[in-house]
Design a protein around this ligand. Structure first.
Ligand code: ZN
Length: 702
C-alpha cells in the first residue's frame, strides 16, 4: 500500500516538472514574494527586482552562483569547480533547481553530485541545496553559495548594517569596502546583515537551525556602485545540506530586517531565562586578587575591602579574578585556591562574608586556553588542544609586565570531551566554594572557521564543529548542571553571539568598544532586547561619558582593578600617574578616568546605578525599542526608548561636555507622565539638560 503511494507520488512529481533548457527557452523561471520578483532570464542572469519603485535590483550571472572545492583523499589534491554552464535548470512546484551535470577531472567523471535550489520561504527568496559524494576518495572541502554580484540600491543614502559585535552601521559604502564575518562569533554575532536606503532594504541572512560555522562576505565596487556578497561554508564531508540563505527585499527601515531575523530565531531557539539577581545587576566589579607575576593585591581575608569599594560604587556583583594559585593569566586551567592567599577555606569564608554584606560573587575561568607550563597540558594536552590543518597547536602569548617573558597558552577544543569535563568540573568547584556565578573567558568571541580543529582525538567528525556544535554543548551542559543545584546560579562569558543566548545569562565585553565610530549597538539591542550586555572597561574608574553612553542603551557597566595602582585608586582615591604603570603592558587609560577626581567619579557611578535601579522597569526589564515611534531632536542630544507594559521610558543624554542643551521628545500615541534624573527624582521634563547628563522621560499610553 505504502509502496504504491510512493510510486504514485514520484510519478506525480515527474509530471509536475517543467523542464526548461537554460538557454533558448522561451519560458521564464520566476518566483515572487510580496515585495519582489526573482527571474532567471534567457542569458542565465538571475535578477531580483523590487516590485515597487525598483529601488533594489540584483543582476547576477548563474555562472558565478557557486564555488565548490573538492579534495581527492588519495592524491591529497584540491579541485575547484564553478558553474561554467555545466548545469541544468528546471522549475518544479515553485522550486528552481540547478543541478551540476558532472564533475570532471582529467576527462574522468567523479562520483559526485550537487544540486542547488531557489524557492520562496517565509516570504523571502531561499537559497539552499545539497552536495553528495558516493566515494570515500572524494570529499567536499568548502562551498560558497550563493555568490551574488550586481546588487544595486538606487539611492545615495545606502547604509550597511553589519553584525560585528553589537552591530555596526556604515554610512559610506566606499569606506566599508570589503569585509567578512564569521558566524557564530563576536565578529558575526547574528547571521544576517542588511543594506538599507531610507525607504527600503535588502536582507541577507542564514536561517540555519544548527547555527553551524560559516563566513559572510560583502564587497562594495566603487566603479559601478554595486555590491557583491557570498556565504562560505567549511564542509570537509562527503555530504552537506546547504542551510537556508534568505534574501529578502523589504520596505521600511532596518527594524524590518531585525524583526524578520528575530521571528525566525524564536521559531527555533529559546533565550535563557536569566536569574532575577543577574537581570537586576548593574554590571560588575572585576578584581584581580593576584597578578600574573605573583603580586598579591588582595588576600581572601581582604574581602571586606572589596565590599567597601563595591558599596561606594553601588556594584552588587564582585568578580574574583586571579583567584587561583597561578594568579591571572597563568597556570590555566589550574584554579585551585592559592594557599598563600588563604587557601580554600578562606576563599569560602570570603564568599560567605560577601554574601552577608549583600553582594554576589562571580569567579573567573578561561574557556579557550590552557597554560603550556602546566601538568594539565603535559598529560592531557593531546586530548584537549586544538590542532590546525597542519597538525600544529594554536598558541596565544600573554604577558602582563614588560620585564617578564610571555606565558604560552594552547587553544583548547570544545570538541574534546575532557576539555568540556574540565570546564564543568571547574564550574562545580566554583559552586562548591559558594560562588553565585561562573565566568568563562574568551568563549563567546571565538570564530569557528578560524578555529577549525583537525585533531583526531576529539568527538567532532568535522573540524568546524569544535567551536560551533561542541561549544554550544559545553555551555549547555555547564549551565544545566549548575541550575540543578541552584536555579539562580548564573553564567557569564566574554563576547557574545546569538548561538549562546540559550546557555549564558550575562555577556561581558558586549559591546566590546562602545566608542567605535561605526559602532551601532542598536542592531543587537533591538533584535535581542532581553539579552544582558556588560560593556568592557579596563579602567578602575567609570568615566562619566562612558557611563551615560552605556545607560542610554540599557547596557550594564564594568570597572577593572588589575594592578596595585588600580587598587590604591579604588581604596584610597590616589590618582595614578604614568609611572604607576611603567612596567605594565596594557595599562588603563589614565587620562580618561582621572579627568575628574576619584570622589566625583565614585559619586556619579553610585548615583547613576541608583537611578537605573530606581527605574528598573526601563533600565533592567524594559524592552529596548531604539527610536521606533519616538521623535527626538536637539543638538548633540541622543535618546533611546524602553517599553514596559503601557509605558515607554525615553533616556535622553546631552553629549556636550560643557554646555546645557534644549531638546524635545515625543512618542506617538503616548503622553508625558514624569521626568527624573540621577539624584533628582522629579524634574521639569523639558528644562535644558545639563552638560553630559541624562534624563528619563516616562510616557504613558493615551
Ligand atoms: Zn578538536
Amino acid at each position: 500500500m505504502k509502496k504504491t503511494l510512493l510510486i504514485l507520488l514520484i510519478l506525480y512529481g515527474n509530471m509536475g516538472l517543467t523542464d526548461l533548457k537554460l538557454f533558448g527557452s522561451s519560458e521564464k523561471l520566476e518566483l515572487k514574494t510580496t515585495e519582489a520578483t526573482l527571474v532567471v532570464d534567457q542569458k542565465g542572469i538571475l535578477k531580483i527586482i523590487q516590485n515597487k519603485g525598483q529601488g533594489i535590483q540584483i543582476n547576477t550571472s548563474l555562472d558565478d552562483l557557486w564555488k565548490i572545492v573538492l579534495i581527492n583523499n588519495l592524491k591529497n589534491k584540491e579541485y575547484e569547480f564553478t558553474p561554467e554552464k555545466n548545469f541544468s535548470i528546471n522549475k518544479s512546484r515553485d522550486v528552481i533547481r540547478l543541478s551540476v551535470n558532472s564533475f570532471t577531472v582529467e576527462n574522468k567523471v567523479l562520483p559526485v553530485n550537487a544540486e542547488f535550489t531557489i524557492s520562496v520561504k517565509d516570504d523571502a527568496f531561499c537559497f539552499s541545496g545539497s552536495l553528495k559524494s558516493e566515494s570515500d576518495e572524494w570529499i567536499f572541502k568548502e562551498l560558497i553559495y550563493p555568490d551574488i554580484s550586481g546588487i544595486k540600491i538606487n539611492d545615495k543614502n545606502v547604509k550597511i548594517y553589519w553584525p560585528h559585535d553589537f552591530g555596526q552601521c556604515f554610512n559610506d559604502p566606499g569606506a566599508f569596502g570589503n569585509r567578512s564575518f564569521e558566524y557564530p562569533s563576536v565578529e558575526g554575532t547574528m547571521s544576517w546583515f542588511s543594506l538599507n536606503s531610507p525607504e527600503e532594504g535588502l536582507y541577507l541572512g542564514s536561517h540555519d537551525p544548527l547555527q553551524g560555522a560559516k563566513k559572510f562576505n560583502l564587497t562594495y565596487n566603487d566603479a559601478d556602485r554595486s555590491f557583491n556578497t557570498g556565504v562560505f561554508f567549511p564542509v570537509y564531508s562527503s555530504e552537506f545540506l546547504v542551510p537556508d540563505i534568505m534574501i529578502k527585499p523589504y520596505s521600511g527601515r532596518w527594524y524590518s530586517a531585525s524583526k524578520f531575523y528575530r521571528g525566525w530565531y524564536d521559531r527555533n531557539f529559546k533565550i535563557a531565562s536569566v536569574a532575577h539577581w543577574a537581570n537586576d545587576c548593574e554590571g560588575y566589579m572585576l578584581t584581580i586578587l593576584k597578578q600574573q607575576n605573583g603580586e598579591v593585591m588582595y588576600n581572601y581575608k581582604d574581602v571586606d575591602k572589596l565590599c567597601d569599594i563595591a558599596e561606594k560604587l553601588n556594584f552588587r556583583l564582585i568578580g574574583f579574578w586571579g583567584r587561583g594559585v597561578g594568579g591571572h593569566d597563568h597556570l590555566y586551567p589550574n584554579y585551585m585556591p592559592d594557599n598563600l592567599s588563604g587557601g580554600r577555606e578562606e576563599m569560602k569564608k570570603a564568599i560567605a562574608r560577601a554574601h552577608e554584606r549583600g553582594f554576589k560573587v562571580i569567579v573567573y575561568t578561561n574557556g579557550k586556553i590552557m597554560d603550556t607550563s602546566t601538568d594539565y597540558y603535559l598529560y592531557n594536552g593531546i586530548e584537549t588542544i586544538l590542532l590546525t590543518e597542519s597538525g600544529q597547536p594554536k598558541l596565544e602569548l600573554w604577558k602582563k609586565h614588560e620585564n617578564s617573558t610571555p606565558y604560552i597558552f594552547a587553544t583548547a577544543c570544545p570538541g574534546s570531551a575532557l576539555w568540556r569535563k574540565t570546564l564543568l568540573d571547574l564550574a562545580i568547584d566554583a559552586q562548591s566554594l559558594g560562588a553565585d556565578a561562573f565566568y568563562i573567558d574568551q568563549l563567546a568571541q571565538c570564530s569557528p572557521v578560524s578555529l577549525m580543529c583537525f585533531s583526531e582525538h576529539h568527538d567532532h567528525k568535522l573540524p568546524q564543529e569544535g567551536y560551533s556544535k561542541y561549544r554550544i554543548m559545553m555551555m549547555h551542559d555547564i549551565r544545566e548542571k549548575m541550575k540543578e543545584n541552584d536555579p539562580e546560579f548564573s553564567i557569564m562569558t566574554e563576547g557574545i553571539n546569538d548561538a549562546m543566548l540559550a546557555d549564558a545569562d550575562l555577556f561581558q565585553g558586549a559591546p566590546g568598544n562602545i566608542n567605535d565610530p561605526n559602532g551601532f549597538p542598536e542592531l543587537f539591542r533591538y533584535t535581542f532586547p532581553e539579552v544582558i550586555g556588560v560593556t568592557a572597561n579596563a579602567d578602575p574608574g567609570l568615566e562619566r561619558s562612558d557611563a551615560n553612553h552605556e545607560a542610554v542603551y540599557g547596557l550594564r557597566h564594568e570597572i577593572m582593578s588589575r594592578y596595585p595602582a588600580d587598587a590604591d585608586y579604588l581604596q584610597h582615591g590616589n590618582i595614578p600617574t604614568k609611572e604607576s604603570y611603567s612596567n605594565i603592558t596594557g595599562p588603563p587609560d589614565i587620562k580618561k578616568f582621572t579627568e575628574a577626581s576619584a570622589e566625583e567619579v565614585t559619586a556619579y557611578t553610585h548615583d547613576l546605578f541608583q537611578f537605573e535601579n530606581d527605574n528598573a522597569d526601563y533600565f533592567r526589564s524594559g524592552k529596548f525599542i531604539d527610536e521606533e515611534g519616538i521623535k527626538i531632536s536637539g543638538n548633540e542630544i541622543m535618546g533611546k526608548g524602553f517599553i514596559n507594559g503601557g509605558k515607554i521610558g525615553v533616556v535622553v543624554w546631552n553629549k556636550h561636555l560643557s554646555e546645557k542643551r534644549d531638546f524635545s521628545v515625543s512618542v506617538e500615541g503616548y503622553r508625558l507622565a514624569k521626568a527624573t534624573e540621577p539624584g533628582k527624582p522629579e524634574i521639569n521634563a523639558f528644562s535644558p539638560l545639563d552638560a553630559n547628563s541624562i534624563r528619563l522621560l516616562i510616557f504613558e499610553r493615551d
